[in-house]
Write a protein that binds this ligand. Structure first.
Ligand code: AHG
Ligand code: MN
Ligand code: MN
Ligand code: MN
Length: 360
């Protein structure tokens, strides 16, 4: 098919997706998966915005596989994602922060895509109505990943699928994407509800227009500033930083107070929302760097590779930025299990490279 021009500013997510499909940049099945994800995000946005009056704040009473006290909306958002992905009929395996192991979609509905997600990111901020989000990644599956439905337990699915899905082969900027990661994105629930995603051909942002119930394109081919003056780390963890990076990170933080790359004595500003989606979104638009190093509590950092660091790194790279573990590209890490954590530094290319020079 002829490659038609992508839909422009003001178009809705639906028309953009159709144009991407007609233009051959997205296949029909993936378009259905992404449309389902957008529906899930709209439903979660509605629940988040009304949480205090709908009795949706507070704890669910369970502890998830991460060892975290689940919020009521962690559970609700997970169910919403699982339901829309199952009924999309194009998803074979689902992996979620809130599921112990990957879930094989029952055969009747099963499709080929493997979808991973953090259904509600920054959920500790929810009761204070501070920005939260949902993060997702869509991995292509190949023959090894089709779950065998008579597998006696989910662990078999994990073994087969996550190993394959996680061959996060190097994703190349713009020209072609890695074999597996077909799309990555997030929805931020904040002063605006924004759906941000890439299908390997640039980063697009859609703002929810509640008057029509549609995501409307507000930013196209977003490029992250190549450097910034905002750094976003939880300095409360500074003392506990893991030995391997501790010395370098201390020198780095002191250096930023002396002006960082400019060395002009003007300290960088510190901004930390405590929701990866909010801190990442600001970094993507304003430039700078977000980091979550390893520390004594989490030697490999707190953030999860599959459904937080990898999707955010794909977006960052597609916008001309970088996603690093401090010693290499996030997208080069071949994890072995679904909830694997990695130290994570993401943002303007020059800022991430500057940080890496302190860890070398
Ligand atoms: P989640 O709510 O999905 O478990 O993620 C929370 C993460 C991330 O959103 C945020 O950047 C980070 O935890 C904040 O951790 P600290 O509170 O330790 O700074
Ligand atoms: Mn959590
Ligand atoms: Mn999260
Ligand atoms: Mn979460």
């Amino acid at each position: 098919r002829a490659r038609t021009a992508p839909a422009g500013l003001g178009s809705t997510f639906t028309t953009w997706l159709l144009k991407e499909e007609i233009g051959g940049r997205v296949d029909g099945e993936l378009a259905i998966v992404l449309s389902s994800v957008a529906l899930a995000c709209k439903q979660i946005a509605s629940r988040v915005q009304r949480a205090p009056v709908a009795g949706d704040t507070g704890l669910a009473g369970d502890v998830n596989v991460q060892g975290e006290d689940q919020k009521k909306l962690d559970v609700v958002a997970n169910e919403i994602f699982c339901d829309v992905l199952r009924t999309s009929g194009r998803t074979g395996v689902i992996a979620s922060e809130e599921e112990d192991v990957p879930v094989a979609v029952e055969e009747t509905y099963a499709g080929n895509y493997v979808v991973v997600f953090d259904p509600l990111d920054g959920s500790s901020n929810l009761d204070a109505a501070v920005s939260t989000g949902s993060i997702f990644g869509v991995y292509d599956s190949d023959e090894q990943c089709v779950p065998d439905f008579d597998a006696e337990d989910d662990a078999a699915v994990e073994e087969k699928c996550i190993a394959n899905v996680c061959q996060a082969r190097p994703l190349h900027l713009h020209s072609h994407r890695g074999n597996n990661l077909q799309a990555a994105g997030y929805c931020m629930y904040s002063s605006s509800t924004m759906l941000v995603l890439t299908v390997g051909d640039g980063v697009y942002m859609f703002t929810l227009d509640a008057s029509i119930g549609e995501f409307v394109m507000s930013h196209e081919r977003v490029r992250i500033p190549e450097r910034g003056r905002i750094y976003s780390f939880n300095e409360g963890n500074a003392k506990a930083r893991s030995i391997s990076h501790c010395e370098g990170l201390k020198r780095y933080a002191d250096d930023l107070r002396a002006g960082g790359i400019d060395q002009n004595g003007k300290p960088y500003s510190a901004r930390y929302i405590g929701s990866l989606v909010g801190d990442f979104h600001r970094t993507l638009l304003y430039g700078g760097i977000y980091g979550y190093p390893g520390d004594a509590k989490n030697p490999n950092g707190k953030l999860r590779l599959l459904y937080e660091c990898a999707p955010m790194s794909f977006i960052a790279e597609q916008a001309g930025g970088m996603g690093s573990t401090g010693t290499g590209r996030v997208m080069d890490v071949e994890p072995s299990e679904v909830h694997q954590r990695v130290p994570f530094y993401v943002g303007s290319a020059k800022e991430v490279q500057y940080l890496e020079s302190f860890l070398a």
